[in-house]
Ligand binder design. Structure first.
Ligand code: PLP
Length: 441
């Protein structure tokens, strides 16, 4: 997974992370805020998320689509980063939300996103969640199966409401990404099979009174770096739109999903302009309202996870043991993912270096952040940043090994604030209720 041969140089890593730079005196800075003092003041591990980067990326993405003459519905995928402060920042930029649970829906609404700008996706929506969504009159529910369609129609009829829905199409396309985050192949659990759509679409528009079927949705996978799967997926959708219209059916909305990847490892990641170009060329001429649901691309580079070296262990390898673990950031353990690592104090030089494994303290062999990574010499007490931790980071944290949730800090225009306090051990333990009828030792 992480052969050092294909690792980027520090120079490349910084070049692909324009919100980060080294100051001679203050060390690593993110959007003008020095990170070491935050780690010293608030402790480690701590997440830092930059509202400036979030805003700038939101703006860049919107500009790319505007340049193509496309007026889009923008829906941030809340599962990537669900903090209400982040959702508020994006709401101010004109973003709505793509949510996959009742909890995320409530967060998005509470953070100020308009119900009509919210799309509800996901294969396992419960009756309670659907009822809540229908009552809130959200923008659209993306339907993942025939069974769900029947259920939503029935719930809406019972509530005497009509809810806007789209069919999530499974186009049977391989997104060419990690198999745990590809979602558009026939064997994946998502979406309705392509071939079933035309008949189902007709029956729904003609017979189902609880739903207003407005169009189609597709989401192929995540961390997509190649153009071809996007293009193939959208071409399949365009074909389907033509088939449906030829059949006299109405299609007014297409939801293009998310999935645009980022340069975790110095890759030549496609810019939003390429995504916009592909969408313009495949779907732009169909006279439909277009929607996108980006998550990772907006939020990942806006966040870092700060950690401190607990110990350096000399064994068969040199292990740099840090105080963040897979309970905080699970992506490396779960997806073999690669995160850049930078020291907070002095800039790395590309010459003064050693090969190390950077590991967490958790009692699992998979609790490894980097294998045989070339890093400047690190010793006990040194501070580091794990990069691109703003998406699929905090949201996947757990308290495994009774390790409390880390603190979260937001920075914006030189200001800083704790947006989630570090959980205390007392708070963590207070979650347990020991039945009164159990004998106490
Ligand atoms: C996860 C997800 C997204 C966001 O994916 P990113 O790769 O983070 O852009 C969008 N839509 C749906 C339906 C998803 O499940």
């Amino acid at each position: 997974m992480t052969s050092a041969a294909s690792d980027p140089t520090f120079h490349r890593l910084l070049a692909t992370h324009p919100n980060l730079h080294y100051d001679n005196k203050q060390g690593l800075m993110m959007d003008g805020t020095a990170l070491a003092p935050l780690a010293e003041h608030y402790g480690t591990p701590s997440w830092v998320i930059s509202a400036d980067t979030l805003r700038q990326r939101a703006h860049n993405m919107q500009a790319a689509f505007k340049e193509r003459g496309l007026s889009m519905g923008y829906h941030f995928a809340v599962k990537a980063q669900d903090h209400q402060a982040c959702l508020s920042v994006l709401a101010q930029c004109g973003f709505g939300a793509d949510v996959v649970s009742g909890g995320e829906l409530k967060r998005a609404l509470t953070a100020g996103m308009k119900a009509r700008h919210i799309v509800f996706s996901g294969i396992g929506k419960t009756d309670d969640e659907l009822t809540y969504a229908i009552q809130q009159n959200i923008g659209q529910i993306n339907i993942e199966s025939i069974e769900e369609l029947t259920r939503i129609n029935h719930l809406a009829e019972t509530l005497q409401q009509r809810v806007r829905v789209a069919f999530r199409v499974n186009p049977d396309i391989d997104a060419q990404t990690h198999s745990k985050i590809t979602t558009g192949r026939a064997e994946d659990k998502f979406g309705i099979a392509y071939n079933l759509i035309p008949a189902l679409y007709r029956r729904t528009q003609q017979e189902m009174k609880g739903v207003e079927l407005v169009g189609l949705a597709v989401h192929l996978g995540s961390q997509m770096l190649a153009e071809a799967p996007f293009r193939k997926g959208y071409e399949r959708i365009a074909e389907l739109v033509k088939t449906l219209r030829a059949d006299g059916l109405s299609v007014t909305d297409i939801d293009c999903g998310g999935g645009l990847g980022i340069a975790y490892r110095g890759e030549d990641a496609p810019p939003p302009a390429l995504w916009a170009k592909v969408i313009a060329e495949t779907l732009g001429g169909l006279d439909v309202h277009l929607h996108i649901e980006p998550g990772r691309w907006l939020a990942a580079p806006a966040g870092v996870l700060l950690a401190r070296v607990i110990n350096v262990k000399e064994a068969a390898r040199r292990f740099v043991i840090i105080d963040a673990g897979m309970n905080d950031l699970v992506r490396p353990a779960m997806y073999d993912s690669w995160h850049g690592i930078l020291p907070l104090h002095a800039p790395p030089t590309d010459t003064l270096e050693e090969r190390v494994d950077v590991v967490g303290p958790i009692c699992e062999s998979s609790d490894i952040f980097a294998r045989q990574r070339t890093l400047p010499p690190l010793k006990k007490g040194d501070l580091i940043a794990l990069l691109d931790a703003g998406a699929y980071g905090t949201v996947m944290s757990s308290t495994y090994n009774s390790r409390p949730f880390a603190a979260q800090i937001m920075i914006s225009n030189g200001q800083e604030a704790v947006i989630r306090k570090r959980q205390t051990l007392d708070e963590l333990l207070a979650q347990d209720v020991v039945p009164s009828w159990l004998a106490r030792p």
